[in-house]
Ligand binder design. Structure first.
Ligand code: GLN
Length: 384
């Protein structure tokens, strides 16, 4: 028997995420995988060592629901030293099973039926489904290639009585742009005197280039008062598979966040939290990440400079956008499939991050790879 005979899907328009799809295609065709964003090198030996120590020690049972307290205390100290804001580790920080879970939980905990949530496309693909499952409506602001800049006067026009939340992401995946202090001031202006909550996805906090300062909402006290800030250890410590991140929010928002969190994941992998606590105390290790990835960006850009791709500006993240209109007039989805199958390199088509699949003939390459991988990929890319 087939029961139920038909399923009325809660997410009818959603298929498998592009990251899973492209990584599978890369594997099938043995292509170099510059699609899904993850490093092809291992975490720092200190992190692995600390994980092993924690496992042999007495950290194998449930962590506290909100996360291992010493880790929350280390996060609070770090945030205070970087952004001059006092965050209460008891009430205002929760450790999550990665950035995506933090995003989902933050949205689910405040968005209700018919609420509107403004997001900037190209938008990370988990935002809209989380909004829809909460009964809300995603309101898209389309950023335009090649510079993907926000015009805040136009954002203002999207705000209505129903606007519950605005989601920002800086440094921005996939465009590689960053919001500057002026952008943050405009956001502050737009939201002053309203009940709009901000969800600030800052998972690429430590991957920002050319001396640009990361403008966390935490630097702006009036924004911090209304914000969920999401971060990820996976990005900072080359451990995307460990799936640990965190969320910072003022007590009233965090109380609601935890009501959802406790019945969704309850608590996060204990030994990884112990290990991240040890490595997070080493300021030098997260501060040197900008330089580490800037070198990779520069290496990759130089290596494909002579190709027919036009490289877009990359101010942060480990993604490089490239326009391919001199190579092909195929749709980007078709183009990346053919690249993967016939030319040996997998990338992400940027149109999938827009509601109406706006196609600017732009693809995203991940350069979080060892030099050997980047070199081999660049050889193939310059032949296209
Ligand atoms: N954040 C990563 C990217 O943009 C992938 C995350 C995922 O695969 N879910 O590629």
């Amino acid at each position: 028997m087939n029961f139920p005979s038909s399923i009325n899907s809660k997410l009818p328009a959603v298929g498998t995420t592009i990251f899973t799809t492209m990584s599978a295609l890369a594997k099938e065709h043995n292509a170099i995988n510059l699609s899904q964003g993850f490093p092809d090198f291992n975490p720092h030996p200190v992190l692995i060592e600390e994980m092993q120590k924690a496992m042999r020690g007495s950290f194998n049972q449930y962590a506290a629901m909100a996360g291992y307290l010493p880790l929350r205390e280390t996060i609070a100290a770090k945030v205070e030293s970087m952004y001059s804001i006092a965050v209460d580790p008891e009430m205002e920080i929760t450790i999550t099973a990665g950035g995506t879970q933090a995003i989902f939980t933050a949205i689910l905990s405040v968005v209700r039926e018919n609420d509107e949530v403004i997001l900037f496309a190209p938008a990370y693909d988990s935002y809209a489904p989380a909004i829809e499952l909460s009964g809300g409506k995603a309101i898209y602001y389309d950023l335009e290639a090649p510079d993907y800049k926000v015009n805040w006067q136009n954002v203002k026009k999207l705000i209505t009585q129903r606007t519950k939340m605005i989601i920002i992401n800086t440094p921005h995946n996939p465009s590689g742009t960053v919001l500057n202090a002026f952008d943050m001031q405009q956001l502050d202006k737009l939201t002053r005197g309203t009940d709009i909550v901000i969800l600030s996805d800052e998972v690429y906090e430590h991957i920002i280039f050319d001396g640009i300062e990361h403008q966390s909402v935490l630097r702006f006290p009036k924004l911090a008062e209304r914000s969920f800030v999401v971060n990820s250890f996976g990005k900072t410590y080359h451990a995307t598979g460990w799936k640990v991140g965190y969320c910072i929010a003022p007590k009233n928002l965090m109380t609601e966040f935890r009501k959802v969190h406790q019945f969704n994941v309850f608590s996060v992998n204990s030994i990884a939290q112990v290990a991240f606590n040890e490595i997070l105390k080493r300021k030098d290790l997260y501060l040197e990440l900008n330089g580490f990835y800037q070198q990779k960006r520069d290496y990759f850009q130089r290596a494909i400079q002579s190709s027919r791709f036009k490289l877009l500006k990359c101010e942060g993240t480990y993604f490089q956008l490239a326009a391919y209109s001199k190579i092909s007039d195929e749709r980007d989805i078709e183009f990346v499939r053919r690249m993967t199958k016939d030319m040996g390199v997998a990338a992400i088509p940027v149109s999938v991050f827009y509601r109406h699949q706006i196609d600017n003939s732009v693809v995203r390459f991940c350069f979080a790879k060892g030099e050997e991988t980047l070199k081999r990929a660049a050889e193939l890319i310059t032949k296209m």
